[in-house]
Design a protein around this ligand. Structure first.
Ligand code: SF4
Length: 135
């Protein structure tokens, strides 16, 4: 496997909404467990504050952003400073009718299930981007 290409995953840092915590849990699941060799992350607050290394990375490598709400902070910041993202995920799109995440700290099983769905979407797109990069 060619591991030269890495995909940057940028999660929003929303502390105020359960969906922000879900976006970080899903991102960590992919970074640490599912695709540790194929992915890396960018610290969004540092990135916004002017982290040159992170901005350069996102200019040169494909990125996936994961946001907790329609404000899409991770996507907007990445596109503002580094250019178009390869894929953008909004946790809201993975919440089924009748599900209502409520916890910001200790996620319950339902909220973890939503995070798992989001992680599946991240993983699917990491694979797609890597396949495309190798073609
Ligand atoms: S996308 Fe929404 S949840 Fe995430 S940091 Fe922005 S406002 Fe907060």
């Amino acid at each position: 496997m060619d591991n030269k290409i890495k995909v940057g995953i940028v999660s929003c840092s929303g502390e105020d909404l359960p969906e922000g915590s879900i976006s970080r849990l899903a991102t960590l699941e992919v970074l640490l467990k599912r695709k540790p060799l194929d992915t890396t992350t960018i610290c969004l607050p540092l990135y916004i504050a002017g982290g040159e290394g992170d901005r350069l990375f996102a200019k040169n490598y494909p990125t996936i952003t994961v946001d907790g709400c329609d404000k899409l902070c991770a996507k907007k910041a990445t596109e503002k400073y580094s250019g178009r993202v390869s894929h953008s995920i909004n946790v809201k799109d993975f919440i089924k009718d009748g599900e209502e995440p409520v916890n910001r700290r200790n996620l319950n099983n339902k909220e973890k299930e939503i995070a798992n769905r989001v992680a599946n979407e991240i993983e699917k797109n990491v694979d797609r981007i890597l396949r495309k990069g190798r073609d």
